[in-house]
Design a protein around this ligand. Sequence first.
Ligand code: C2E
Ligand code: MG
Ligand code: MG
Length: 384
Amino acid sequence: MDNEFSLLIIDDEPHVSDAIRIFAGEMGYKVWEAGSYEGLSELYDQADPTIIILDPSMPKYDGMEFLRELAKRKCQAQIFLSSGQARRVTLTARRLGLDLGLNMANSLPKTATNNVLESCLATIANKNFNMTAKFLSEAIKHEKLVVYYQPKVALTGDNPYSVTGAEALVRLNHPVLGLLSPDLFIGLAEENDLIGQLTNLVLKETTKQIKKWGEQGIVLPISVNISPLMLTDLFLPDKIAAIIEAAEVDPSMIVLEVTEKATMVDAGKAMDILKRIRLKNISVSLDDFGAGYSSIVELYRMPLNELKLDGALIRDMEHNEDAFIVVRGILAMARELGIPVCAEGVETLKTAEMLRRLKCQTGQGYYFSKPLPVCDFSKFVVGR
Ligand code: C2E
Ligand code: MG
Ligand code: MG
């Protein structure tokens, strides 16, 4: 059965089994556990494991004997040895396993529980990782979200390419797979009523960081993405203002990025919310303009401080004359309306120079910098 991954843990220390069980379970494994030798052979038959995690030196239990038993049964599972005992015990057991023709993975000390987890689950996890709402909810609860900051740079004025701000972009720190892209979980958060909690966390983290940067002399407005679904909550402006105030940050340091999808749910309510956000001195930016069905009329309907041109449109303009004309047209209109524009997805010098000639105020993209963790962002700003 191809899609049935089964994991057998033989370990007498609950914290080790617990950690492994939770993560393996989230990755779609069926998990079997044994804390003693009793009934192990029957359990092995039932489990038919693809992976075995074995502590070879549990009290009153002979792990070596079990390895011999596995060899007799021509076990194909990948076997990880996890031992709190002297490394020698693990090494001996591993050598025996290899001599018996078993599929022995590298053994690791149990103190490095995370390493055991990483090495034994990563390969298979990659094959069938499926983010679940439960996993996401736990990750939010345990604050496993990490905020990266992508610099925005000036394209006009006396100081071209100087940093003018940044966009806060969330990532989820997965214990096995590392940092996961928001594309994997924002939709899931929206579907499962978790987006409010997620956004609160990002806002709290970002405002705390703005405060810290301020103390280091780095004073830059930071943009935070707001899901369209949140623009139905009439208390949103007060909730956001409260978070900003608690961090002792000036509201003008925060830009909320919304897409025009926000106005499709309940336009009247969304406009009302946006206007009240503006009255609190928090800025509003229209994100992803030029993707999907962008409607030009939103430019005068919405109370905007900034317009962000979608990355796909910007990437096209270098090679596609029509895309260039569209960008030029939007920039001309935005200029007359007095709305500064930020071009997203600037990947080449050529695009940056084209945008400069068109007097687009700011740019964001891999050509300047990828999204960066906090310390790298500070270095980037100071180094300019
Ligand atoms: P977005 O708000 O339009 O953010 C810009 C995305 O473009 C980011 O992807 C960024 O890493 C990527 N990007 C920037 N420059 C370039 C470039 O030169 N080339 C290419 N190919 N990509 C570039 P990321 O970080 O994966 O975020 C994806 C989307 O997830 C964001 O799109 C935003 O809609 C959403 N998102 C991220 N963080 C949050 C959050 O805290 N809350 C909510 N609600 N959504 C978020
Ligand atoms: Mg954005
Ligand atoms: Mg965008």
